[in-house]
Design a binder for this molecule. Structure first.
Ligand SMILES: [Zn+2]
Length: 233
């Protein structure tokens, strides 16, 4: 069974060096122009280049402060990737709709997939609504004829569910970054073996994976070893 690659694009300017970290914080709260010279979405660009070379397709989830530039849209198209909403303001159906429309207008694409920014802990930025309430997102996704909700639970053995109306729900993911994974029971080698038996969402954040040599190596190994798929065209 192929894996499903989920890329959450959290940070417009990555984590390092420090100047880019500060730009990331600032632009997530306030307007800041998307400036390629400061490396806007540089890690996502690098990751898409790996993927396109390996012919692996993915779902890329954008926040309102990480909307893709035209050159990134071109890379997404070249690799056949799908654009998804990384929902921040999940207070109500109307804030969900507002973020969906914003992303659709910006990209010129219908958005069929949604994931939630944050798992119910800290509040990340001014617009972020912290509670994690997956039942609400599933209901909203169904109402808007989306096809896929990818949830933030951390047990990768949880199976996907058919939520009706053409919507598939994966409540959980295999988080490649070890701080969100039970690494004793679920090492990366487990994922490679289990991929033969079960559809599993593999979740990465480009700025974390590409700033760590070990994670970058794990990621590239997966691209070479395991099959990935997207669900709809
Ligand atoms: Zn996020």
């Amino acid at each position: 069974m192929p894996l499903i690659l989920r890329i959450d694009v959290d940070r417009p300017y990555g984590r390092r060096p420090l100047a880019r970290h500060i730009l990331s914080r600032t632009s997530s709260d306030f307007y800041f122009p998307r400036v390629a010279a400061f490396g806007y979405l540089a890690e996502l660009r690098a990751m898409l280049e790996f993927l396109n070379e390996a012919r692996v397709r993915s779902y890329v989830f954008f926040r309102r402060c990480t909307l893709p530039s035209q050159s990134l849209l071109d890379l997404l198209d070249a690799g056949g990737h799908q654009v998804g909403l990384h929902l921040e303001d999940s207070r109500s159906f109307s804030t969900f709709m507002d973020e969906t429309r914003r992303l659709e207008n910006h990209t010129g694409r219908k958005v069929f997939a949604v994931s939630k920014h944050g798992s119910g802990g800290a509040k990340f930025g001014r617009r972020h609504y912290a509670p994690y309430e997956p039942d609400k997102y599933v209901e909203w996704a169904r109402r808007t004829s989306m096809r896929l909700f990818l949830g933030n639970l951390e047990d990768p053995t949880i199976e996907p569910e058919d939520a009706g109306g053409g919507l598939t729900v994966f409540p959980s993911a295999f988080w490649l970054e070890p701080q969100w994974r039970d690494t004793r029971n679920f090492p990366v080698s487990w994922l490679v073996e289990q991929a033969a038996r079960q559809d599993i969402v593999t979740l990465v954040h480009p700025e974390n994976v590409l700033s760590n040599e070990r994670l970058t190596a794990d990621f590239k190994m997966l691209l070479r070893t395991v099959e990935f798929r997207v669900f709809y065209e």
